[in-house]
Ligand binder design. Sequence first.
Ligand code: FMN
Length: 392
Amino acid sequence: MSRPTLRTEFCDRVGIEYPVILAGMGPVAGTGAPVATAELAAAVSEAGGLGVIGGVAYSPDELREQIRYVRSRTDKPFGVDLLLSPNFLVPRRKGRRADSSADKPALRIQLPEEHVAAVRRIALELQIDLIDAPRENEDMGSWVEEGKSWAGSQVEVLLQEEVPVFASGLGTPGPFADALRANGTTILSLVGTVRAAAQVVADGADYVVAQGTEAGGHTGRIGTLALLPQIMKSVTPTPVIAAGGIAGGAALAGVLATGAEAAWCGTAFLVAEEANQPDLQKQRILDAAAEDTVVTRVYSGKTMRNIRNPLIDAWEREGLMALPMGAQGALMRDLQYSIERAGRQDLLMNAAGQTSGMLTERRPAAAILEEMVAEAAEIFANGLPKRIKASV
Ligand SMILES: Cc1cc2nc3c(=O)[nH]c(=O)nc-3n(C[C@H](O)[C@H](O)[C@H](O)COP(=O)(O)O)c2cc1C
């Protein structure tokens, strides 16, 4: 059978067959590794899309290993996604030894008593015995060398390995844009507002990824179809990629028709065979209806869309303002660790988008991608559906 054709200028620029990108999804609870590992990224790239490794939590050595793994599985282009929020850009200060544990107490974040008490109440309500989580990596990466930042050390690897595409998930590519571009890397930058879009373009993004609130994981408040044309208008001539709520051919065709160069898809691939998600988490996504996701700050301090669970409900009932990113994670660390140790999968973080409601089966990533592309190609190739009449 012949393969459908569906191409945009983005495909030509990065050398891929289809304008579908695997979102660079980071770690999920209970696995310690990203959903979008090298295995999933390689599968998507090999199938004709662009696979992107969710690299945020990898040390430089691990990241290098993952990049090389993709290259061992496919000779097609791929990318790496990192988070460039200020937390990840702070260089380690002089006097902190990377492997020291003696100075750990000084590094502990002082958490408000009110919040700590709320977490104890929530643990009691959920019948979780609170135990202390290991503290080794509390200051974000014992592997970071003095004078270097977390993200900076990772970007160094991207430069050395000549990764074709880089995506910044949070923050702007500014500090690294010149070096990456000079190295031949195409830079994508995720945003959820029109204001942020202008900023990332000024800071060196080649493509803006406009992510609507439908998305799984960290997300904003504006829907994809409202956000996309507004961002396009504000950043033109910079090309835009659409994200949030795209898990089928009709949505893919819709965003391409709106003028997007490609679709950046996360939730659709969460239930791929190759996705690094515990089976139970995949099943919860398959079982979920569109209404079963909620946006919460409980896990990271930033708004994040998840499959609803009793922990999220208990946190919301407390009515507390979440702490800033970093501090909120520190607040929740022991509870999350205790939940994992207790095997309470029903309480684990399970980031997923509103398209969870339309996913019905686990399949290889290639099958997910091929179906989306075939449906979208059919819409464009056969013209408008018969019930629509149009002329100009
Ligand atoms: C489990 C999960 C983890 C994610 N982790 C990251 C991440 O580490 N970096 C990032 O830029 N985006 C991350 N995202 C957001 C995705 O990149 C993407 O924008 C989103 O999934 C697109 O919307 P969709 O889920 O409706 O397809 C994550 C999303 C999910 C569902």
